[in-house]
Design a protein around this ligand. Structure first.
Ligand SMILES: Cc1ncc(COP(=O)(O)O)c(C=O)c1O
Length: 364
């Protein structure tokens, strides 16, 4: 048991990690698995680290129910490098890709694809980005090399209730950075899923990619080695030195998720946390106002506003001494944002809801 002070962490990322994982990392830090050294001091070619990366992959496969048709990659460069790697590997010469535009991160992904070839922005919910588009609002190209979407829009607090449906035969590519492994997922619908680790998977410094192996055939020759999915898959993410400590922590988070019951159980917990918070917003008689439209509300990032910026500033000022951290909204939306990722316990959400009620009593 730790005696260190821990706040209720609602930061959008890097974000809270499960306390049990942090304690395990702490306990193993100086002597990893009887090696007499830290996992950070161990060769990435060592037997001990080989076991770490193999177990991380195996546990992810179990959690997602991944068949051998999919490869798992642990890569560097965060989610942002995937914005470039996806078109470089999957688009093919002369072809175009569709990008569904639901916020800043979709725009960033589109921008990188647009730099290096043809990309179409479809289904945009600009300028407010307070919802995701309906299937009918998306003008898909049936010849597209792939369709890219962002499953959860971290900044705006919107999330797709279910995946968009691309035209038949067009692979679906997903930036799942802020809701990966937060609910059950039908992976068979996806060609490729990527996620920066620093919200639901572990520390910053690593991105996890799950890709259907037939799509690896599209990788053209001549790509920089570290951007080449096929090479990274062949080398089992060990072409060069991977971020070993990050891989290890991701592995521990995956075991934590497996132990608590996998995606079905975490999905229930996340639903309960989100319901608690949205009920508090909806039941405040308009004192707190949610940003996202009802059918698009995120279970990971809850964005809301108060009547004035002054009131929001006061809310944040008073939240801090109450040990409620990371609640400031993104500068492009303003207001408040509570990120309640997998590792955020319901007790933290309850503490926030209690604080919100008290603040309203005093200032409403
Ligand atoms: C949905 C989404 N995509 C991409 C990114 C960028 O991730 P990275 O900083 O790992 O490149 C973020 C970061 O917050 C995000 O929320």
């Amino acid at each position: 048991m730790t005696t260190t002070k821990r706040v209720h962490n609602f930061g959008a990322g890097p974000a809270a990690l499960p306390l049990a994982v942090l304690e395990q990392v702490q306990a193993e830090l100086l002597d990893f698995g009887g090696t007499g050294m830290s996992v950070m001091e161990t060769s990435h070619r060592s037997k001990a680290f080989g076991q770490v990366i193999e177990e991380a992959e195996a546990d992810l496969r179990t959690i997602l129910g991944l068949s051998d048709d999919y490869a798992v990659l642990f890569l560097q460069g965060g989610a942002s490098l995937q914005f470039s790697m996806v078109p470089a590997n999957l688009r093919g010469r002369g072809a175009s890709a569709d990008y569904v535009m639901t916020g800043k991160w979709s725009q960033a992904a589109f921008k990188e694809a647009d730099k290096s070839g043809s990309a179409r922005a479809v289904g945009s919910t600009e300028p407010n980005f307070d919802r995701v588009p309906t299937q009918g609002e998306i003008d898909f190209d049936s010849q597209a090399a792939y369709v890219h979407f962002t499953s959860n829009n971290t900044i705006y607090g919107t999330q797709w209730p279910s995946e968009p449906e691309p035209p038949s035969g067009v692979p679906l590519v997903c930036d799942a950075s802020s809701d990966v492994l937060s609910r059950p997922l039908d992976i068979g619908r996806y060609g490729l899923v990527y996620a920066g680790a620093q919200k639901n998977l572990g520390p910053a410094g690593i991105a996890v990619v799950v890709v259907r192996k037939d799509l690896l055939e599209r990788t053209p020759g001549g790509l920089p080695a570290l951007m080449d999915y096929r090479l990274m898959a062949e080398k089992r993410s060990l072409y060069n030195t991977p971020p070993t400590f990050a891989v290890y922590v991701v592995g521990r988070v995956l075991k934590w998720l497996l132990d608590l019951g996998g995606l079905t159980e975490i999905g229930k917990r996340n639903e309960a946390k989100a319901a608690l918070l949205y009920d508090a917003i909806d039941g405040s008689g308009g004192f707190y106002r949610g940003h996202a439209q009802l059918g698009s509300r995120s279970r990971m990032n809850v964005t809301f506003r108060l009547a004035s910026e002054d009131l929001e500033t006061d809310f944040l000022k008073e939240a801090e001494p109450a040990d409620l951290a990371g609640l400031k909204g993104h500068r492009s939306v303003g207001g408040l944002r509570a990120s309640i990722y997998n590792a955020c316990p319901i007790e933290s959400v309850q503490a926030l809801v209690d604080f919100m009620a008290d603040f309203q009593r005093r200032r409403g």
